[in-house]
Design a protein around this ligand. Sequence first.
Ligand SMILES: Cc1ncc(COP(=O)(O)O)c(C=O)c1O
Length: 462
Amino acid sequence: MDKKKLLQDLIHDYTRTHKKSEAFFQRASQFQVRGGSHNLRLFMPFPFYDVHSQGSTVTDVDGNSYVDFWQGHFGNILGHNPKFVLDTLIDYYKQGNGLSTGFPSTLQSELAELLLSRISAEKIRFSTSGTLATMYAVMLSKAKTNRDLVMKVGGGWHGSQPYALKGISLYERGLTKVESAGLPSGMDEMILITRFNDEEDLEEKFRIYGERTACLILEPFIGAGGFIFGSKKYIHKARQLSYQYDSLLIFDEVVSGFRFHAGALQNLYDVQPDLTVFGKAIGGGMPLSAVAGKDEVMALCGPDAIQEKKVKVEGGTFSAHPASMLAGLTFVKYLQDNEQDIYPRIGRFGLRVRREIENIFTTHGFHVRCTGDGNSVAKNSSVVGVHFLHDTCDQIESPEQVWNPDVCDIELREKIFKLAMIQEGFNVFHGYGSISGAHSEEEIQTSLDAVERIAKKWKGKK
Ligand SMILES: Cc1ncc(COP(=O)(O)O)c(C=O)c1O
């Protein structure tokens, strides 16, 4: 398969059918860096600009429609712009509410109570992005323990905040490098990297650094690191070791919260972290995040904390924005009330897509593995990662494999397959993405038909 030629042809076709988006991109690039404000959205050769997203579908300025599996950075569990959330917001706005006032709303307490009823935490504070919330959680852990080191997982993405910009996706004999300039000095030494799902490595890191470690921050289901669930043993080991060394355990549930059932993933593992971070889905499409945890830790951001330990989780003109509170409350209640209808269905679709994509590519002589499979605790997984492997390898089990260009053909996944699926009318991310409650059985099947056509085409060019 001549990958270079394939990519050239795809770019040529994409450019031909996206003339207006191309013009928008050129104009936008005069004023915004590479035409936008989030690098992941700005895929090459240029992104399509959406005019309308509804349910499973997005329509761009050129009039092309796609079934979308990106779904708002995986946060739109019920598809784009669910009507019941929009209607609630419209009513609220019509009553003259909904913009920022700077006063605490009663909705805030309702959402706080609802979220706390879904996890084993005592107090919660709202913010506007997952990035800020993970940063606050780490700051709280450092203040609580009076320690300096932050342990994170290679492949873990916790947003663009200083304590998390090491060991993300830059593979150099492992995921261990600081990946951003402009950080405070000493971050390389301050952030320790441990390997996901590797109990031995975790034990070793705690044995050496445990007494200096403020926290272990990890995603119980790692998102950007390849859509892989933590094994039950690993997640319990993380809890046991963090207790043993008096470090705080922070679960970043920005992706996993409300994705696999109407609550935090930690409930399914039956593990209680010291702090939990939520984002994405809890806002029902509005900007909202939260840090929740034990009272004794969360109290450090309150006015009564002693000065030396006080953590300033308190900025944020738009924190707990009234419209975000209402959208979040409406959405989370809906997920809770309809849990049994939503999650088993999207979980079944997820399983079917993962198995069928592997089968299709295998039949056509490609070695492809899908990630996202649940485990004994998390059964309804609606996420699908697709990995094109250079060599036979039975399972993708670690972020190190996912980001190692000698193991996975990342260009084939992120550029060639992406454009090939767009050409077929499907917007995928990391090979496929996330299935929402708005996707129909037919859309799932037609996406698999598209994969089949692509595999056949590529086989012809092998
Ligand atoms: C696991 C995880 N944590 C934190 C973040 C950062 O959240 P936000 O983009 O809302 O700042 C993300 C974003 O993708 C994420 O996936």
